[in-house]
Write a new protein. Sequence first.
Lengths: 477, 964
Amino acid sequence: MFHKIGYIIGMATALTFTGCQLKEVVNPNITDESYLGTTQSAQIWLNGMYRQLALTLNEVVTDAEITSDNYYNNSSLSNKVFDIPTILYSDLDVDNMQRAIGKLREMGDYGIAKIIPADKEATAHIKAEMAFVTGYACLLSGELYKGLPLTANGPVVPSADLFAKAIQHFKSALALQTDATRKNYYTLALARTYYNLGDKVNAVLYADAIMKTAPLLLLNVKFDGVNGVSNTMQTYTFSSSTNTYAPLPRLDFLDPKYYHVGNMATDQKPIAILKGEEAYLIMAEAAIGSGNLAGAKTILKNLIQEVVSKRPLASVNGSLAKRKGNRSDYPLLATVAVKADPQAPARNGLILDRQAGNITVYTVSGTSVQAANIDAAATEDEVLYLLCLMRQEIFMSEGRRMTDLGIRFPVSQVEMQNNPHVGAADIVAVIPAYIPLQLGMDDFIYDKANGLVTIKNDLNKILVQNKKAVGVLPMLK
Amino acid sequence: MKCRFLVTGLLCFFLSLQQATAQQKIQGNVVDNVRKTALQGVSVQLVGTQAGTITDLNGHFTLQLPAMKKMPESVVLFFSMVGYANVEKTVPLAALNEALQVVMREDLLKLDEVVVTGQGLNVSKRRLSTNVTTISANQLKNLPVSRIDQLLQSQIPNAQFKLSGGQAGATSIVQTRGFNSAFSNSTPIVYVDGVRIDNLNTAPGLGMNISGGISQGASTSALSDIPLENIEKIEFINGGAATTLYGSDAANGVLQIFTKKGGASKANFTAGADVGVETATNDYLFFKRTRDLLFKTGMYNKYSVGVDGGTSDFGFSMGASYSKSSGVLIHNQNQIEKFDFRTGFHAKLSDAVKYEASFSYNTQNLKRARNANVGGYAGLWFAEDGASKIIGPGFNPKLDSLNDADYARVKSFVDSAEMLQNNGSVVNRFQTSQTIRYQPIKNLLIKGTFGVDYRAQTEQSVVSLAFNRHIRSNNVGSLSKYDRNYLGITLELTGQYDYKFRDFSFLTTAGMQLFRNKDEQIAYIGQDIRDGALTIGQAATKTSNERFSDVANYGIFLQENVGYKNRYFLDLGIRGDGNSAFGKSIGTQYYPKIGVSYIVSSEPYFKQWKQDVINSVKLRANYGVAGIFPTPFANDRTIQFNGFDGGQSASFGQPGNISLKPEKSYSKEIGLDLGLMNDKISFTVSYFNNTTRDALFVVPPAPSSGQANLLKNIGVITNKGWEFATQIAILEQKDWDLRVRASANTVENNVESTGDAPSFALNGLSSRTIQIVVKQGYPVGYISGNLGVFNPDGTLNSYIPQTFLGSTIPTLTGSFGLNLRYKNLSFFANADYQKGGYLDNWDKQFRVNYGASTEGVPAAEIAKNGASNWLNYSQLFVEKSDFLKVRTIGLVYAFNKQWLGKTFKAASIGFTAVNPFNFTASASDPEAVMPGGAQGQGSATTGGLNYANYSAPRQFIASLKINF
């Protein structure tokens, strides 16, 4: 019997020991507590914020471009209703955009409050950059929404408060930063924020500084296709085999802004978030708002001469953009003329023949407006029209047009379901009454026989007609 | 290193065993009572010892009696076989030299069948308050299918297996008693000889993406490469009280495969060949020309060999097979090639100790076609969804309206696009189970099991430059490879003591179990690579990624089954579990069960009744708890690191949850089992009511929090319904047999609470299109989309977004089976059905978008708005998913032995049609759905969205089997 008991004990012991060994599991991931205070923790967190900024732009730029007259989503990829525009708080992309911006802001707050104090190696530059990127998240929030929470599950604050927070961060960044180039970025960011607030004095103050000292300022956000952060706008306007986004025919010559040669993963073009052109555009709009048409015209001409014409161009094979999709009637020949609306004159040179050879790509800015056009503009509305057109063309593919049109996104459904502060008014998109519905922003008629495209609505003309409306042309108020 | 203790312990144990001494033999034959035919594979056990053997092809057995210090006056032999009533024979010592004649009768109700799964060790079904479905090798031997879930289609009365992609080796969707979880996939856990094996039935976390995303198309299932050779029987138990002893892992039920460990006497060889053709199931194609564009007739071959033999002291059994199916897609893009090998043996180490082992190795190599939402190009999307309009040079998507010249252009384009694909998956899998049975005294049996499942899968996806150029993509060529290595280790020690006291019988079972699953995945991707170069090292740019999961679950269990007068039984059990995936504040989790079983027909008063009408009556009721453990490592709050712009970058990782615990399914069940008309009819009815509490939901937090989705125990899900199953032996004669079986199962599924969390999607596209959604007050996984409101003239007036458009869960499922034998000729047919569910025919909806068809949309709406509202009246594309599908129809002829001469012991030929007939309410295949779970690897899915997925093909197979 002892033998038998011995066997049983032997088996049980062997299994118990083995079991004790086997039940120990080590988590290969790093916890937040163990990360704080480690070497380069602030620097790496900042790099994470740059990455999140790129991811945020992927949401913002692609959605904002189709929620405007710039682009039409001509395939089943990406959002199919923002073109209409239908912007429901329940839409996944509404949530995705807010989530990306929210994460960027929260990362900034966490970085400033927790990571930096714990890291002895955190430099003033790192602190300044964290403040700047956090401020940029607030700036985007104010531009794209009429209101958003500024804290996790916090109250929905109006865009003015979001801009005020952005200004606070940008000023903090300015105070910390010693590098002149980066200080210029923060300065232009301040100009843009004050512009959005309708604070003409401060907008002009900061924009003028840039116009005078750094007209060719260019702050790009980098992507990293090798590490899974590709520029989605590049994918949709160039790399995707199904030609996802199709530009409004009068903007055809500005498409694409981003392209790759050879390996897509290693050639992801950056997106500009701040560039010198914006200072001129702010100054010109402020001049118009002050009744100084001559000054505005001079600024716009300078913009073309001093900045836009100096931006680099590229020669690119764009032959795969055949514009086949939900609409297959996009013009493809350089001989086709375009009327901005049925009453507008027909203009040539806006459509590119992509099969005839390489096309010229405006990698930073391009515009169809020439000095002569500006000289010819006599009235405030005519100058304003050119300003609107130039803003549209210069910021093409950068996700700015939707805000310029006065459209704002709603707070997402998931935010509402989690956050008791979200009210019924917060979950409704702002789509001004002058915005044509039922795909009216992107619609056109192509008279193939006569080589003429007539765009249904000229949104720049509509903007000028509605220049006093809330949410557009803030320097005119 | 970790196994050192075990190996040392076991070696010491073996070495100390005493050798057996000289023995006596007992011989005999076992025959069927009606047909008078020999019964092969009957287990013959000497009661109270480990000694046992099985009958050979002629029903003959020889059993070595163990040496005993003092021989008793008689010995008791116990004869058992799945599907037959047990027989106990007492043989006086004086009669040991006489050949024993044993007659066994078929028993449809199987009240005294001995089962293992869920019980720790052997228990007679009589004592159980829960149902155990047992499937014998005999039941499966004529089904020429090569994967376990397909094999079980229509075989388990209350479980439904749907092959969701139809592509080679692709995942399936299993429904048993509804869907207990909105977190975990509903696939039962699978054991082979007591060892838990990989049952991943969704795409892995890192895997080949040729379907648009983890949830959106065909991906390889770990069920598809479980070897089917050398199986003795399969047991299945539903989640709940039946699986309580499996603790934190078994709310979806347990499927256990038992393999053969030996044969009877001298070596018995078997060989088989299955040869046939495969054709596409084109019932659901919209365009007639799609069949011509994408499909071909394929070939199927399978060759198998096996041998078994042995004595009561030592036995062996081996089976191996090679199969190749060329698939039904052009350029063999769905080819599958398999090699399975399994061997098992048992050895008597002493009178008290028996050793059993099984090993298996298999390899599977399959090709996979681009499908579903992959974009760029996918054959069905191109042809059936109208995407030909935008792909490549662009075509008129109305394929059947094209003139011959235009169609020839389309065909040429598709032919090249298919030819240029090179995607596949290779699996190498090794399993072993090592068991020691130790019976120190007559009433005590101790069993120790150790086993391993190692499954290595490599997926390869080639997107060549030639392919990119062909579909007019301007990207360079790429080669993507994904390795998934799964290592599962199981350790179990169980003891069972049975004791009788007067009219009471006690069966005490106690044990401990540990399993550890390690799942390591590596992606290595080469961009800008020459066409034809198939190693990543040759690429200009290389990237890689890794996903690592590791979990240990350890538990102890105790079960007491008390019987009184062999007709009243009380079943009590509890398991306590620890698990590395539980949150820090969660201690041991307990799973109790209680059940009663009452064999009414064993009452003396009942026996006085006319027993030829009602033979057996069993009433049972039970309550039990089973769990599903949370995702490993989800309990810790982490920082996520990514490479970015040449350096490290950090951001918020997973939010963590210190109170993460298993979701628990509390099940209540009552049932009645009847044997009628001299056991010619069995009838079972059960009512179940399951409530999953602390249901795990992957909850999206507020966007303003910046945090990733959080896994929380906040939901409540209920499933209740009735289950009916019957078998009727209509005819049982020497020359004729006719038997039918049928089952019907209802389920009412509801998400009672989401704990105030937002609704979330299990599957689908986006909320403005179609999603399969979980929301409070609705069934798990309903179709959510825009509900169009039409004007009287047929034009769209408005639409209501995110509206319930139908549940994907069928409310009625079941199966039919028929077996007919006339002398040596047998006919069989199996079918299953479902009713009450819905699907979204996204292919049809997409055709509207691309102008390939306006079918289903009011003409006035098309005239007014064209297809611009195609997403705003999704209800027009929602169809009933009711079906009746005949899975197999076959004819088998067994040759008379006298014709076979001395060389062959037995031979049969057969012809089987697999998937021959489908009757569906929908225009699309209710089973060819987007199969995955959007929440990631192993997540819940209910199907319901048909989008460019292939249907399982038809096969017509001739079989030859011989024994020699």
